[in-house]
Design a binder for this molecule. Structure first.
Ligand SMILES: [Fe+2]
Length: 212
């Protein structure tokens, strides 16, 4: 079919601009969460590519990874600055609302429906004990399961206010413990292979130049 390359290019640029603006808006609230989104996006893209998914699916997973925590933009300061692992019921509920809030923020912004699903379901667990819907195994969209592995890995290999980072062998042990409960086993093994072969993303390299 006949197509105009410049039309595709301008759409891509518009999409990138939109992504950057949303990601930077989140960065104004919390720098860690912005960097985390960028790293999760890169890890999720690598895993999706390794699994041989289509370019379109890889693209939507990359976008979903970048925006997965956008629902945190309205979090209160006490959650961003919380240094305790234990949370009050109120804080717990606020945290658990972020996938649905994320979906709400992005709906109407012309993202592909699958991107909204990835954002909404990135905290589901394969054993059905996740949120917001308690989906199990393959009921969870593949892109959301991929983002979930990338999300867990980045959270454990970077410093958080309430816990220090794990080294690589410790992180692989932790991922394997989550396999079959939180994370989809085939994705955990493929992700570990990917990291063994191609390494980790450094905390600063995933940030835009302007923030260095
Ligand atoms: Fe999240």
């Amino acid at each position: 079919m006949f197509s105009l390359p410049h039309v595709h290019l301008s759409r891509e640029l518009e999409e990138e601009g939109k992504l950057l603006a949303i990601s930077q808006a989140l960065g104004m609230r919390d720098k860690y969460t912005e960097g985390h989104g960028r790293r999760v996006s890169l890890y999720a893209e690598r895993l999706a590519r390794r699994l041989g998914l289509s370019e379109k699916d890889i693209e939507n997973i990359r976008i979903g990874g970048m925006l997965h925590d956008i629902g945190k933009i309205g979090f209160s300061n006490r959650i961003f600055s919380n240094e305790e692992a234990a949370l009050s019921k109120e804080m717990h509920d606020e945290i658990h609302s972020h996938p649905l809030i994320g979906r709400m923020i992005l709906s109407g912004m012309n993202f592909h429906e699958s991107v909204l699903d990835y954002v909404c379901y990135h905290h589901e667990r394969v054993d059905g004990k996740g949120y917001p819907s308690g989906l199990c195994n393959e009921e969870i969209p593949l892109g959301a399961r991929i983002i979930s592995v990338a999300d867990c890995f980045d959270a454990m290999t970077t410093d958080r206010p309430y816990q220090g980072r794990k080294n690589l062998p410790e992180a692989f042990v932790a991922l394997n413990r989550m396999s079959g409960k939180v994370l989809f086993p085939r994705l955990v093994s493929a992700f570990i292979e990917e990291i063994r072969e191609n390494g980790v993303i450094s905390e600063t390299s995933a940030l835009p130049d302007t923030t260095r």
